[in-house]
Design a binder for this molecule. Structure first.
Ligand code: GAL
Length: 734
């Protein structure tokens, strides 16, 4: 029987390279995912987290081996891991963004204690992609993804690749490429059962096959199932099916299963067409998206499943995107699973940034292509493989190889390769282009997908003056509007969703690139409101004014024009008690957006210095009906410190985390960006606060994380700041 045992618990960590003679007491107990060092959200340097460290874990086998092979599976560790078990050392695994495994069976102590160590090199190793030159992001150190122990029979299933076909016709097919590994010295022949499970958990089709397998061989076979009228995976209805493959003991079909492998997938057809458009299930779909880095404040990349899933939710629900690019590397399985579940398309790419190394380096990049595709090709959300090093120079032989390999490993998906200069060689299927021209250039090839824009052309902080925040938002709006009107452009993915930590050579000097439409805590700037306002009103109603509603923050004073992001079809604007006017979406400036911003004018004269200045009230209407109202105080007075948690409940697994957002707001709940204040936190109960405490708040909003321990109970987080009542939230740990 196969067993998968989570192996995140009970590790020891030492922030240096030490030998087995160093006592356990010199280590700190940790649970994975783990970062080599907790940091402030900015103003730190690479050498604070990029060093060689040692992880150690002592364990007795959680289950008897009983003749099975035992593998140690790492989902990801940054960036080179040398794993030893009971004195046996495996070859160093080089690569921080893809999974790796070791067969540890022959070195295990079946009855007594086992000693596992990982020498983890988290320095910026020039021999490993993405390094060689400076990159615009940080590869935080640590065993930052999950680890598990996998027991399998010496003949077992190694990989499943589910291919769907004719999904738009009444009779579709599912081809399941099943890869086996027979590590025995015997020819094996075994009954195999393949089941297709629908989204409600019902078995739709079962097929029994007798499978033969030569000794010491890895072999792939394909089983085809016929399915009538499958439920399609789409953005609004991301129906997920499941394939289960069971192996039975030789010639004993009714005996217990000896191996089983399962994966989820979806029936959907996704393609970029020569006509320039992207089609999902036969329907043209304009792609509107943002890039995502996998890093977080304080914890580097060591975010547990819940935070990974939350990012996908934010990008789809709060930012209204239909696609995300995993810039610039394969991201967490938890993130991708969530994209499948909620219907968010993904463009996933290999690690790298503006640099191609020597032949060994290129071999690792090819290995990354393989690892990424073999890990992720069943995700219905993924619609494109990025097989070029982001923004690198042309290298025909290398990119012929990456494209050939990608097409061989997954004939169902197209390739892209992100370039930043026109005229670069077009070896891929989709011309994926970073267009920083502040417009959308006419494609020289189709299909053409804009994979970045804006970014460093207009860095914007959440506490910037409102004119800059408005212009930042409008740049995103103009580009998205423009691309939506270009039939030969498939879509545009902006740079980027969230502010992110970077090297001193890039960004604003404090180790942050302020390129996000949201800040590093995933909290909105005005540009986030633009994206959000493109959501379908049937999903959520959005109404956000891009203003701090002051008399004199803008050059020359006043608030003219006032930009409002909303998916309502009309707004009524009130100042004080009087109706200022009713407005329609600004289709003149934004003819192609589903929900153009509103441009409210006539506020210049009204708002001259010293004139009466009342609160702003905006009522949103849809089909003549009032459905939302927002108010903004004119007195600029801090009215409350608010504290909000994303989750009311955590798991007591020592790793689970949630975000706790704090804001200083006016009496209507709007953040007050210029209220610089120190916020202090206290936590009672079983948990740990992660972040800066006290926090010197700038921009009116920020966040900390709380992390569960292994103890259940109730955590209370309390925040206080001078001159305002304190706030608190409770989180139950189960
Ligand atoms: C691009 C690059 C991104 C990011 C961005 C900033 O050139 O691909 O990773 O650095 O610029 O605008």
């Amino acid at each position: 029987m196969r067993s998968i045992i989570p192996f995140n618990d009970g590790w020891l960590f030492h922030p240096a390279e030490v030998g087995t003679d160093t006592p356990d007491t010199a280590f700190a107990p940790v649970t994975l995912p783990h970062t080599t060092r907790l940091l402030p959200h900015h103003n730190f340097d690479v050498d604070e987290y990029a060093f060689v460290s040692t992880y150690r874990k002592r364990f007795t086998l959680p289950e008897p081996g009983a003749g099975r092979r035992v593998y140690l599976d790492f989902d990801g560790a940054m960036i080179a891991s040398t794993v030893s078990i009971n004195g046996h050392t495996f070859d160093e695994f080089r690569g921080g963004y893809v999974p790796f495994s070791f067969d540890i069976t022959d070195y295990l102590n079946e009855d007594g204690e086992n000693l596992l160590t990982v020498r983890l090199d988290s320095t910026e190793r020039k021999d490993i992609p993405p390094f060689g030159y400076v990159v615009d992001y940080l590869a935080f150190g640590g065993i930052y993804r999950d680890v598990s122990l996998r027991y399998v029979e010496p003949y077992h299933i190694d990989n499943l690749f589910v291919i769907t076909q004719n999904v738009l016709t009444p009779s579709a097919q599912v081809h399941i490429a099943i890869r086996f590994n027979n590590q025995t010295d015997d020819f094996q022949q075994f009954p195999m059962q393949v089941r297709l499970i629908d989204p409600d958990g019902n078995i739709v089709v079962t097929q029994n096959v007798i499978q033969a397998l030569a000794a010491q061989r890895i072999y792939t076979t394909v089983v085809t199932l016929e399915v009538e009228e499958p439920r399609l995976w789409s953005l609004n209805n991301p129906e997920l099916y499941r394939i289960v493959v069971d192996l039975h003991p030789q010639n004993e079909e009714n005996n217990p299963v000896v191996d089983t492998l399962t994966d989820q997938f979806g029936f959907r057809e996704a393609r970029f067409d020569k006509d320039g458009s992207f089609y999902l299930n036969g329907e043209r779909l304009k792609l509107i998206g943002l890039n995502r880095h996998q890093t977080y404040p304080y914890i580097g990349a060591a975010a547990p499943a819940r935070l990974q899933a939350k990012d996908a939710d934010i990008i789809k629900d709060e930012l209204g995107c239909n696609i995300v690019r995993t810039s610039h590397y394969p991201q967490s399985p938890h993130f991708l699973n969530r994209c499948d579940e909620i219907g968010l398309l993904v463009f996933e790419e290999i690690p790298g940034w503006q640099f191609i190394g020597d032949d060994d380096w290129k071999k690792l990049a090819l290995r990354d292509v393989r690892a990424m595709i073999e890990r992720d090709r069943n995700h219905p959300s993924i619609v494109l493989w990025g097989v070029r090093i982001n923004e690198s120079w042309d290298d025909e032989a290398f990119y012929d190889d990456t494209n050939t390999l990608a097409r061989e490993l997954d004939p169902t998906r197209q390739t892209g390769g992100v370039r930043n200069f026109l005229g670069s060689q077009f070896i891929e299927d989709v011309y994926t282009y970073n267009d920083f021209s502040n417009t959308v250039l006419d494609p020289e090839h189709t299909p053409h997908l804009v994979t970045e824009f804006n970014g460093h052309m207009y860095p914007t902080k959440v506490w910037d003056q409102e004119e800059r925040l408005i212009e930042h938002a409008l740049r995103h709006a103009r580009i998205q509007d423009k691309q939506l009107g270009m039939p030969n452009v498939a879509g545009a993915i902006g740079w980027c969703a969230f502010d992110y930590n970077t090297h001193k050579e890039l960004g604003s000097g404090d180790r942050i690139c302020y390129h996000g439409v949201s800040d590093i805590f995933r909290l909105p700037k005005f540009a986030a409101y633009f994206y959000s306002s493109q959501s379908d009103p049937a999903q959520r109603i959005v109404l956000e004014a891009a203003t701090y509603w002051t008399m004199g923050d803008r050059s020359e004073g006043g608030n003219d024009p006032l930009v409002v992001f909303s998916n309502c079809d009309e707004i009524a604007v009130y100042i004080g008690d009087g109706l200022h006017g009713r407005y329609q979406p600004d289709r003149a400036q934004f003819p192609n957006l589903p929900h153009p911003p509103f441009t409210v004018t006539g506020l210049g004269l009204l708002m001259t210095w010293g004139s009466a200045f009342g609160d702003l009230r905006i009522v949103g209407l849809l089909n003549g009906e009032q459905i939302i109202e927002r108010q903004y105080a004119s007195d600029g007075k801090p009215a409350a410190l608010t504290l909000q948690t994303d989750d009311a409940e955590l798991k007591a697994d020592g790793a689970d985390m949630t975000r706790v957002v704090f804001k200083i707001v006016d009496r209507y709940g709007n953040r007050l960006p210029y209220t610089q204040s120190v916020v202090m936190f206290e936590l009672d109960g079983p948990g740990e606060l992660i972040g800066e405490n006290p926090f010197p708040l700038m921009g009116g909003q920020a966040a900390l994380y709380v992390k569960a321990t292994h103890t259940p109970g109730v955590m209370t987080v309390r925040a206080s700041t001078p001159r305002l009542p304190s706030a608190q939230v409770e989180i139950v740990v189960k």
